[in-house]
Design a binder for this molecule. Structure first.
Ligand code: 13P
Length: 338
């Protein structure tokens, strides 16, 4: 990789990790977005998805707390009600536009209960197109379920290798890859089991990134927090979760990585914020990398619930979104008070 490309990538990554800021994931696939709309009886149409995402992207003041927003391909191709591209709207708000590049998960053949993420075929050409539109970073998510005998080493290897190949292709095109290995919360496993699985996944990921010659200074890691399963009888305190998450990351993430931005993974909005705050309050500047948020549900759901698909609720929903972004910005600094 030449010096100029290295500089572009590490500058973008550092800007995404700017002090007091985090990322807004607004890249739900259409089926996922439809499921969320169904929760609040909102009609599941491309026009409503467009209106909702316009509400998010045009929230006044959002750029004060949000450094980058991850878009779904549908949104990149849509125009706002004022006939503007979402990329231009975000740029004007001082928010770097990014794009979800994976095309979702499918069953991993011969490994019941495990998934593989697709989207590598044709990716270089898609990347050239997205880079020319002004998108500057990207995201790829792989998922691991915890259960009897899973995740297997084979599933971890297949997925972390594809994450590393995606990351290499992104960097070649000048986009910063967000690498997102998500260990899911579903199940009755303990905090200790989630720690063990997350550590296995992250160690495999960084080995594969190394093997694919990915520039660590030009990526952002988007991991799960280390959590007990949703159905586990023992639900640990926020402090235990923060301690365990930090311990796992310190053991597995090289100091060269410019930042870590957590997914929320189905935690409530309050818990995700409190746990991020706890990590920054207790460890903050002692960590080798900044830790922030790249939430979808934990930032968006309160606003979606307020909007309900009704244009008269847009301003109120934007106020809620801005408030949630501000809470997480404070948590990014360890200054959030409930
Ligand atoms: P959640 O914060 O809702 O987990 O979403 C983050 C994300 O981008 C999932 O890929």
């Amino acid at each position: 990789m030449n010096d100029k490309l290295e500089t572009v990538l590490s500058n973008t990554a550092r800007t995404l990790m700017a002090d007091g800021k985090g990322l807004l994931a607004m890249d739900e696939s259409s089926p996922t977005s439809n499921k969320r709309f169904a929760l609040y009886d909102i009609a599941q149409t491309p026009e409503n998805r467009r209106d909702y995402r316009e509400l998010l992207a045009t929230t006044p003041g959002l750029g004060e707390y949000i450094s980058g927003a991850i878009l779904y391909e549908e949104t990149v191709r849509q125009l706002t009600s004022k006939d503007e591209s979402f990329i231009d709207v975000l740029d004007r708000a001082g928010i770097i536009p990014g794009i979800k590049l994976d095309t979702g998960t499918t069953d991993l053949a011969n490994f019941p209960g495990e998934k593989i993420t697709e989207g590598l075929d044709g990716l270089p050409a898609r990347l050239i197109g997205f880079a020319s539109l002004g998108l500057r970073f990207a995201k790829w998510r792989v998922v691991f379920s915890i259960g009897e005998g899973i995740p297997t080493d084979e599933c971890i290897h297949a997925n972390t290798q594809s994450l590393a190949r995606y990351a290499a292709l992104c960097q070649q095109a000048g986009l910063v890859p967000i690498v997102e290995p998500e260990v899911l919360m579903d199940g009755n496993h303990s905090l200790a089991t989630c720690f063990e699985v997350t550590e296995r996944v992250l160690k495999s990921l960084f080995y594969e990134l190394y093997k694919q010659r990915v520039l660590l200074e030009g990526i952002i890691l988007k991991p799960n927090m280390v959590l007990p399963g949703l159905a586990c009888a023992k639900q640990n305190s926020n402090e235990e979760i923060a301690d365990t998450t930090v311990k796992c990351l310190l053991r597995s993430v090289p100091a060269a990585v410019p930042g870590i931005a957590f997914l929320s993974g189905g935690q409530s909005s309050e818990l995700a914020t409190e746990r991020l705050n706890q990590m920054n309050l207790k460890y903050g500047s002692k960590l080798p990398w900044p830790v922030t948020f790249s939430f979808s549900r934990a930032i968006q759901l309160p606003a979606l619930e307020c909007w309900k698909g009704q244009s008269e609720n847009t301003v109120a929903a934007q106020k809620i979104l801005l408030y949630k972004a501000q809470c997480n910005s404070l948590a990014r600094k360890g200054q959030y008070v409930m």
